[in-house]
Design a protein around this ligand. Structure first.
Ligand code: SF4
Length: 242
């Protein structure tokens, strides 16, 4: 930020015309963001609150298969708005159990295969050009999404690393070699269901659930599956390879 301010000061001293033009362009994007981002946040919050985690997992999760692949392309291609509006939506979908592969597909389709854009492309460059570019883009996105999912792993791990980086303490995370669990503490309502069902793994602290230890015995694993299912806020993510 300081770096950008210094650049602007330098431009105003040495290239006043360019600086004025640059400020005008920046203000255009700031106003666009201020118009779009509040709507995106409201929509994201509504989906987060009203769409059950199971629905998101069935539609976009690791086991959603071809359905998830098609839904992800449709969601990205039919969405309106600039690409930065896709990031909060994708973070919410990840929290709700969407797979990394499908998130990459949504983001990529949002950026380069929007339906209105395809119609314009066909009008100016021809149907053959648009069709060929669309096919090759879809193939490239699929390969890229597969590679990213193999490199990144699953969504809960990605979210946990991200939360750690931004340091807001909203997520608690634990893992061993073949399973891991995370709680999105920010949205925990402190009902205590997890503590009652799996007292070996959860406890309440300051009105929020936290994980007690990193051990994943077979007894704990079966308890956690029930807790994930029963958590009314759907804030627990659990993945086991075993
Ligand atoms: S069941 Fe869910 S909402 Fe309730 S305390 Fe546990 S994590 Fe929080």
């Amino acid at each position: 930020m300081l770096f950008i301010i210094l650049i602007y000061i330098g431009m105003f001293i040495f290239m006043k015309d360019k600086a004025v033009q640059s400020v005008g362009n920046s203000m255009y994007y700031v106003i666009e963001m201020l118009e779009i981002i509040p709507v995106v946040f409201v929509l994201t919050s509504l989906i987060e609150a009203w769409v059950p985690k199971k629905v998101i997992m069935n539609s976009f999760g690791e086991n959603s298969g071809t359905k998830g692949y098609v839904f992800s392309f449709l969601l990205g291609s039919l969405s309106a708005g600039p690409i930065y509006a896709a990031f909060p939506v994708c973070k919410m979908l990840l929290r709700k159990g969407a797979s990394v592969m499908n998130i990459v597909i949504i983001l990529s389709a949002w950026a380069v295969v929007k339906v209105p854009m395809l119609a314009n492309e066909a009008k100016f460059l021809g149907v053959k050009f648009m069709g060929l570019r669309w096919i090759l883009t879809v193939i490239s996105i699929t390969i890229m999404a597969y590679m990213v999912s193999k490199i990144i792993g699953d969504g809960s791990q990605l979210l946990a690393e991200n939360e750690e980086k931004i340091g807001d303490g909203s997520q608690v995370f634990a893992k061993d070699k073949d399973c891991h669990i995370s709680i999105d503490k920010q949205y925990c309502i402190g009902c205590g269901v997890c503590v009652r069902l799996a007292p070996l793994k959860f406890k309440l602290q300051d009105g929020k659930a936290i994980l007690i230890n990193n051990s994943f015995s077979e007894e704990v694993k079966s308890m956690i599956e029930e807790v994930v299912d029963k958590c009314p806020a759907h804030v627990i993510t659990y993945k086991s390879n075993g």
